[in-house]
Design a protein around this ligand. Structure first.
Ligand code: WT7
Length: 686
């Protein structure tokens, strides 16, 4: 037994007597002798050696070159001032940053602008016919809108809203699918100075009601129904249900899209086609203060009551416009496709505001990736000659499960740059994206940010950064990111800890709607006066950042803080695995034991030998300490509606607890399947 010594002083010592009964503790002890210090805030276990320099041709013409890092480091505020000057302001600011009431920061104080003028009017003045959006419906119908057409639509809708009594300072709920009118509705609100609160079309009437009440919306914009895999989601009916007894909403504007029957409340409901087309197609843009409210967006809420994240005009547009231009290296002949939904921050920042501020042409697709077949996305890329694709790891892992023959059957040669956002991308999923979608030609920008940060914070720059699969690289110019330990001391290279952002940045959230105390408490109290995003992170020898998932998900196994991301990446590294989720299940011996849930690639069948093989694979890849004590095969994982794995639920299942709130779950039926799998499986330790 090699247990003594190495485990001394550890809160959860490995009892040497257990060794005989639990053969794995021997392996753990060997690791403890050789492994990192047990007091690490989060361990650094997974090592990834591959790296990819930027393609020369891209570097030569890139929007951002290496010197922007130096410029921004020398004078961060000066950098943001230059970025803000790219926008159209009606009055210049008097002060760049007001930090006198921190953490309630204000940017470009005294400046005025209307974001729609930067996004639309100035482009219409120079090139009215340039396409802003190509849109494809789920059934294959399509439309293209030029900047001129988009501006006219926005003005008509803005005038329609005014006619319905919506004014500057009001809040409007938008509950729609991915139709061009959702963009029109958002911009129409911005045009007249009303804040939009976009609520994802997959949310229930109850969730909708909570959000409408929270910010006292004056109007709702919706559709009769939206298309999803050939059937109709009854959006108008959900709105009706949500408004029973509701006081603040005076009007509901309804776009006819799916043609389903709807109930009608004469004094409240208006058809889009009755009200909007006959409006004047010009509408004077309301002059907004830089710090006036632009929108409220509720975080997807995998824990606790949803928070209404507040964003304002000048700083937000500065951040999204700058990052869009530099991270996606957008050029006039690019066709950009962000696959997110406008119900999430990714859709706000990189479908609507970032691309339009940069005069880009984008694709919007209404439907799901598997309708009518699982190659729909690749067909769209071929049809529209998409050059930049921005999507999420959950989608990439789903495509891995479906197999590479689907993208191989389409012409993807138009692609030149790929992006990822939403979760850590496991190195093997990164490699799959690189090989089967990017055809080894396209750099990948793994972009870390949050609803709260408004725009991308940690990312490679495609013409500058040598990328490493699984790492989001370094902070964007003008952003101050560090990794610290529990006490707030910066960790040395080669170690893990907690990500913090040291200085304020223009597109940061301005608060949680109606709850300043919660804003302080959640984001600014963990380390006094420093922004705490809630993510674990490690920094490697080259200073690259590797995001490790939410700190709440970190597992404590025999005194080691192990991130879910590292174990999941080790599992996904095995050729049989498409997707994996791990959680720490309470365990008498080790404090927590690692319970793994694994989705296999379609071509693979699960069997008992494979369980042993996967456990050993994790042990070889990152060390015996991280070996899952149980593995359950499942056809899918429980996900939030924005595609994030809901580990909290898996933990409940693993510990055989009654399940917490499942209303934010996108695929509720999978829970029973997983529960059956858990009760039928035996843990390797027993
Ligand atoms: C959380 C924020 C940002 C738009 C979509 C999600 C995780 C996001 C990455 C990434 C590792 C990531 C973090 C973050 N996350 N991007 N590239 N690598 N983790 O917005 O719903 O506000 O979620 O998503 O945990 O805190 P959100």
């Amino acid at each position: 037994m090699i247990l003594s010594g190495s485990s001394e002083g550890v809160s959860n010592p490995l009892d040497p007597l257990l060794g005989a009964r639990y053969p794995h503790s021997l392996q753990i002890s060997v690791f403890a002798d050789e492994g990192p210090q047990m007091s690490e805030t989060i361990e650094n276990l997974f090592q990834e050696g591959r790296s990819f320099p930027p393609p020369e041709a891209l570097s030569r013409d890139a929007n951002a070159s290496a010197e922007i890092y130096q410029k921004a480091a020398a004078d961060p505020q000066g950098f943001w001032v230059e970025e803000a000057k790219q926008l159209l302001w009606s009055r210049p600011w008097d002060q760049v940053l007001d930090d006198s009431k921190a953490p309630f920061y204000r940017w470009f104080v005294g400046g005025t602008l209307n974001v729609t003028e930067s996004c639309l009017d100035r482009h219409v003045a120079t090139n009215p016919d340039r396409i802003a959006f190509h849109w494809e419906g789920e059934a294959g119908d399509s439309r293209s809108l030029s900047y001129q057409q988009l501006l006219s639509e926005v003005c008509r809708c803005a005038n329609g809203l005014k006619q319905m009594g919506v004014a500057k300072g009001d809040t409007v709920a938008i509950y729609m699918g991915m139709v061009p009118e959702i963009v029109v509705a958002m911009l129409a609100c911005a045009r007249i100075g009303a804040a939009h609160s976009v609520i994802f079309g997959g949310f229930s009437a109850d969730s909708l009601r909570d959000r409408i009440d929270d910010c006292a919306c004056k109007a709702v914009i919706t559709q009769d129904g939206s298309w999803r895999r050939g059937s109709v989601v009854p959006l108008k009916k959900n709105v009706d249900d949500s408004l029973v007894g509701q006081q603040t909403v005076k009007s509901v504007l309804v776009l006819k899209r799916a043609g389903n029957e709807v109930d009608w409340q004469q004094d409240r409901d208006h058809w889009w086609h009755d009200v909007i087309p006959q409006q004047d197609d010009t509408c004077c843009a309301e002059v907004m203060d830089s710090e006036d409210l632009l929108f409220i967006l509720y975080t997807s809420g995998s824990t606790g009551k949803p928070k209404g994240i507040v964003h304002t005009c000048g700083g937000y547009l500065t951040g999204v416009s700058s990052t869009f231009r530099n991270v996606f290296d957008i050029k006039q002949d690019d066709l950009f496709w962000c696959t997110a939904d406008c119900g999430w921050i990714t859709g706000h920042s990189y479908i609507v505001y970032g691309p339009l501020a940069n005069n880009a042409t984008s694709l919007i697709y209404e439907g799901t990736p598997d309708h009518p077949e699982q190659d729909r996305w690749w067909k769209l890329i071929e049809k529209y000659r998409v050059s930049i694709l921005y999507t999420a790891p959950t989608a990439i892992r789903t495509f891995m499960k479906w197999g590479e023959s689907l993208p191989a059957g389409c012409d993807l040669t138009s692609l030149r740059l790929l992006g990822s956002v939403g979760e850590p991308i496991n190195p093997e999923a990164w490699m799959w994206y690189h090989e089967h979608i990017g055809q080894q030609r396209c750099p990948i920008v793994d972009t870390w940010w949050q609803t709260e940060t408004g725009s991308i914070m940690i990312t490679p720059l495609p013409g500058v950064t040598t990328t490493k699969p699984g790492s989001a690289a370094t902070a964007y110019p003008g952003i101050d990111a560090r990794v610290v330990d529990d006490e707030g001391t910066e960790v040395q290279r080669g170690h893990g800890g907690i990500l913090v952002i040291d200085s304020p940045w223009p597109s940061m959230l301005r608060g949680i709607h109606g709850d300043p105390e919660r804003y302080r408490e959640v984001y600014w109290s963990r380390y006094d006066g420093i922004y705490f995003p809630g993510d674990g992170c490690k920094v490697d020898e080259d200073g690259y950042l590797w995001l490790l998932g939410r700190v709440d998900d970190v597992m404590l196994v025999s005194g080691h803080n192990i991130s879910t991301t590292e174990v999941e990446s080790a599992l996904v590294d095995h050729p049989a695995v498409a997707e994996a989720a791990v959680v720490g299940r309470t365990d008498e011996r080790t404090g927590q034991a690692i319970a793994a849930f694994v989705v296999l690639r379609s071509s693979v069948k699960g069997h008992d030998d494979l369980i042993g093989e996967l456990r050993n694979h994790v042990a070889t890849k990152i060390g015996p300490i991280a070996k899952p004590s149980s593995i359950v095969f499942t056809p899918d994982l429980p996900k939030t509606r924005s595609g994030k794995i809901m580990r909290r639920l898996l933990k409940d299942i693993s510990e055989q607890r009654k399940l917490g709130d499942v209303t934010t779950l996108a695929n509720a039926d999978i829970v029973d399947a997983i529960r059956d799998g858990v009760s039928g499986s035996s843990s390797e330790d027993q």
